[in-house]
Design a binder for this molecule. Structure first.
Ligand code: S3P
Length: 452
């Protein structure tokens, strides 16, 4: 029986839900402990990879956000059986093996999730069936050419809008061959897409170029027994893979969700927060490095390794932050944290600069444009460039009505900015419910730690 993962989500339903506004007032104190929800990237991978493995797996601390439910939905549509706990944080999944997926009888809907789309295009390219993959309005405008180009070199047959670069995408599974490909963008979604296709390809796939991005795929596929060789300069898979072994996964808390609290407590003059069980994989900890450089007071406690991923508790206390410049090799290590870091810049002394970050233009929104427009409404001086922005924080910021444009990370960044405003000020955030995409429970956590 098909499990209904959530309410039917038509574009109209989403609009009604998202038209709502929330008011976040400046808070005198931030105190308490927060256990942020499971990591989004690892949650997607735990579902998609275990679905094509042999055996069953138990996934704990799964992120029940909209994006990961989209991955689960799509795998279910291809015949993968799973059980979901009532709070949707635990999944038992039955792997069907590398060749056990079934042709979906319906269009696969990835919702707002770029990760679902890009990983699945790679997986679907090597199947022996036809499929169509689409998503919401934002997803249908995000660039897919970066994955489709190299997949076609491997022999994939994929069609899409605008010269096969935009979803909806139609994929006719076909025999694939290994490829030697230099990644032109540091994208873990692109890397993972090609690694999934490589499992089905005849011969070696060799990825070089900008391979330094989050490495959860490499870690998890290796643990499942994929013949995968990783060095600083290349990733090599000897395809086709014969089988993957299902793996239980205990998912660490998402540092991209912890990011909002790391910034809020660093900036706030009376703050002390303990963030429990946060994933601190070095390919994801750029935000810690930048906040440290800005003068933050962060301590890592109880460092350990869980299911092949480093984890720690993070204590963060008030500090006085200095402006900074963020660019170059650190960008892929904090690409999702720039909305949060922009809040840190907003409340720091001086002019902060983000550069080499053109990828921000093609996230859930054009984050260079949306950060600039909404932060300017709070009184910041913002200039945009093609690949970044510069921002001068002001001691006298003001509350205002701001928009998330349906972008989960922008909604949460604006909420944090609201908490940090001068006494008596507040922000009204339009379309705030999209925070659920990556952080269900964000508004409740905020209410709990922002003391009256
Ligand atoms: C992700 C990779 C990143 C990130 C996204 C999740 C992943 O995207 O922004 O939120 O899980 O692989 P890119 O691969 O486009 O950089």
């Amino acid at each position: 029986m098909k499990i209904a993962l959530r309410e039917p989500k038509t574009e109209e339903v989403r609009e009604i839900k998202t038209a709502k506004t929330i008011t976040i007032k400046a808070t005198p104190r931030l105190r308490g402990e927060i256990t942020v929800p499971g990591d989004k990237s690892i949650s997607h991978r735990s579902i998609i990879f275990n679905a094509i493995a042999n055996g069953s797996a138990r996934i704990t601390n799964f992120l029940p956000g909209e994006d990961c439910l989209s991955s689960l939905d799509c795998m279910q549509a291809m015949g993968v059986a799973f059980e979901l706990s009532e709070d949707k944080r635990e999944v038992k999944i039955e792997g069907v093996g590398l060749h056990g997926l079934k042709e979906p009888g319906e269009v696969l809907n990835a919702g707002n999730s770029g990760t679902t789309t890009r990983l699945l295009v790679g997986l679907l390219s090597g199947q022996n069936f036809f499929s169509i993959l689409t998503g919401d309005m934002s997803l249908r405008s995000r660039p897919m050419g970066r994955v489709i180009g190299p997949l076609k070199e491997m022999g994939a047959q994929i069609w899409g809008r605008k010269g096969d670069t935009l979803a909806p995408l139609a994929i006719k599974g076909s025999p694939l061959k290994g490829v030697d490909y230099a990644l032109p963008v540091a994208s873990a979604q692109l890397k993972s897409c090609l690694l999934l296709a490589a499992l089905y390809a005849e011969g070696e796939t060799r990825l070089t170029g900008l391979i330094a991005s989050r490495d959860h795929t490499e870690r998890m596929l290796s643990a499942m027994g994929t013949p995968l060789r990783v060095s600083e300069t290349e990733i090599v898979v000897a395809g086709p893979a014969s089988r993957l072994q299902a793996q239980n996964v205990e998912i660490p808390g998402d540092i991209s969700s912890a990011a909002f609290w790391l910034v809020a407590a660093s900036v706030h003059p009376d703050a002390d927060l303990l963030l429990k069980n946060v994933g601190v994989n070095p390919t994801r900890t750029g935000i810690i490095d930048v906040l440290n450089e800005m003068g933050a007071d962060l301590t890592r406690l109880n460092e350990r390794e869980v299911a092949g991923e480093p984890v720690a508790d993070l204590r963060v206390r008030s500090a006085r932050l200095r402006a900074t410049t963020i660019g170059g090799a650190i960008i892929p290590r904090l690409v999702d944290e720039i909305p949060a870091l922009a809040v840190a810049a907003l409340f720091s002394q001086g002019r902060s600069v983000v550069q080499d970050a053109a990828e921000l233009r093609v996230k859930e929104t054009d984050r260079i444009a949306t950060i600039a427009s909404e932060f300017a409404r709070l009184g910041a001086t913002v200039e945009t460039q093609l690949d970044g922005l510069s921002l001068i924080g002001r001691p006298k910021l003001q509350g205002n009505t701001v928009k998330s444009f349906g972008d989960h990370r922008l909604a949460m960044a604006l909420a944090i900015a609201g908490l940090l405003l001068p006494k008596g000020e507040a922000v009204q955030i339009e379309d705030y419910a999209c925070a659920d995409v990556s952080y269900p429970g964000f508004w409740e956590d905020l209410e709990r730690v922002a003391e009256e």
